[in-house]
Design a binder for this molecule. Structure first.
Ligand code: GDP
Ligand code: IMO
Ligand code: MG
Length: 430
């Protein structure tokens, strides 16, 4: 058996949570491999809506085992509130949720550092979700981090205080009034108390050496789906640096985020929206500032699942999509939110960029969207039809079929799922 991978090909929020939930019944184990509570994965079914931040999106399927892998970073406070919401909705949490001992822990001072760094950047800010992602991964790489497995160590309190003091030293240099920073409704001191209490919930979860657990499961013939967070264009190495997140969001992240050998990676499901969105700062070559962009935001409810911020909207960027397919080795494409374009007369796709007068076959080293930059578009006739009654590809309006075929041809990759609404049931399989 091999590990199949599902990940985002754009700037996040492609609809990963929805499709993991749809595919979960076919798998034994769903494993998150990177990112942290900067993610917001929405799942809708039977009139209910859930947003997950740390917990894998297989949690609603009875037989699924959900693993939070070593590549993920965990905020005990946010994890506790996710678990509470699920339990309140009668979703059982117990042996169906396993946590890697090697996953790193987001401390309250990581969140404070994130807030202080962003504030100090002024107009150059990244637009971070302020969940402490950058500082926690920084501590991991600089060998200063705290891991889930450390929580039960006798000297945990000492190690916590040492890390806290180191963070506070940096924070105090900025001379900000710390009372201006609020975390989930709490000022720092109160948030830290809540965080300490939430550690007990994390202590109560089953911890595993996830690399052994997953490799043994493969040997036993179990089927594993790796769930990505964020998207390829937010990857720390290949995204629009520095406007990126702090982990490898691409297929390679599965290897170090779960301890899976590259030879054990199977199919790679790449998710993209029929258009594009981005939340936070950074270049967005197909961004729309007109009525079309406003319509996409309104019809697609394009507001962040984690922060509630309005998402920037624009046309599909095929040039960037091809880059993402190359980096991830995508075997199957899944096109989301086709229904959001139902009312559009004309639909556009960016096919290439001109940069300093030259047509670029590559994504430029640095995307500076000044007068030297131009995205070239191809136009399609809109389908101007509801898709509610479609249950097969053959039911799609001709214009939508043409759009799908064009993308398949250009990317040389089949689109095997088209999503036509947020609900689990609004999913058309090829
Ligand atoms: P993720 O982070 O990739 O899991 O995506 P998010 O949950 O942040 O954002 C996707 C949003 O689109 C959620 O509100 C979903 O409920 C919604 N959604 C997913 N698929 C579709 C679709 O096909 N059509 C519409 N209209 N909404 C969708
Ligand atoms: P999911 O998994 C969309 C963006 C932030 C910011 C940048 C860095 O739901 O698709 P960070 O908090 O990592 O320091 O933020 O990355 N970002 C996301 N955008 N979806 C996400 O996750 C994101 N996670 C981070 O808005 O621009
Ligand atoms: Mg999201």
């Amino acid at each position: 058996m091999k590990v199949d991978v599902l990940l985002g090909l754009q700037w996040g929020d492609e609809g990963k949570g929805k499709i993991v939930d749809v595919l979960s019944p076919k798998y034994d184990i769903i494993a998150r491999f990177q990112g942290g509570p900067n993610a917001g994965h929405t799942i809708e079914f039977e009139g209910k809506k859930f947003v997950l931040h740390t917990i894998p999106s297989g949690i609603f399927i009875d037989k699924s085992i959900n693993v939070i892998g070593n590549g993920v970073i965990i905020d005990p406070f946010i994890l506790k509130s996710e678990i509470t919401k699920l339990k309140d909705a009668n979703i059982p949490i117990g042996s169906n949720l396993l946590v890697s001992r090697k996953a790193h822990v987001i401390m309250p001072t990581h969140r404070l550092l994130d807030a202080v760094y962003e504030k100090s950047k002024g107009k150059d800010k990244i637009g971070s979700t302020l969940k402490g992602i950058g500082p926690t991964y920084t501590d991991k790489v600089s060998r200063n981090g705290l891991r889930v497995g450390d929580i039960e160590a006798e000297d945990f309190a000492e190690r916590y205080q040492k890390a806290r003091a180191r963070h506070m030293n940096i924070i105090n240099n900025f001379n900000y009034d710390l009372d201006e920073f609020v975390f989930d409704g709490f000022k720092f001191d109160e948030y830290e108390k809540q965080w300490m209490q939430a550690l007990e919930t994390l202590k109560g979860l089953e911890k595993i050496n996830s690399e052994y657990y997953l490799n043994n499961a493969l040997k036993e013939g179990k089927k594993i789906l790796a769930e990505g967070a964020q998207g390829t264009m937010l990857d720390i190495d290949f995204g629009s640096y520095p406007f990126v997140t702090s982990s490898n969001t691409i297929t390679a992240g599965v290897c170090n985020g779960l301890g899976i050998a590259p030879t054990n990676v199977g199919r790679v499901f790449g998710i993209f929206k029929a258009y594009c969105t981005r939340v936070g700062s950074g270049p967005f070559p197909t961004e729309l500032f007109d009525n079309d962009g406003e319509e996409m935001r309104k019809i697609g409810h394009e507001f962040g699942a984690t922060t509630g911020r309005p998402r920037r909207c624009g046309w599909l960027d095929l040039h960037a999509l091809k880059y993402a397919i190359m980096l991830n080795g995508v075997t199957d494409l899944m096109m989301m939110k086709a229904d959001v374009l139902n009312t559009f007369e004309e639909i556009k796709v960016a096919t290439s960029y001109d940069y300093k007068g030259n047509n670029t076959s590559e994504i430029p080293y640095e995307l500076v969207l000044d007068d030297d930059f131009k995205a070239n578009f191809k136009s399609f006739k809109g389908w101007k039809n509801e898709l509610k009654d479609c249950s097969n590809y053959s039911d799609f309006p001709e214009e939508l079929t043409n759009y799908i075929k064009y993308i398949e041809q250009e990317t040389n990759t089949p689109i095997n799922i088209v999503s036509i609404g947020p609900d689990r049931s609004e999913t058309i399989l090829k």
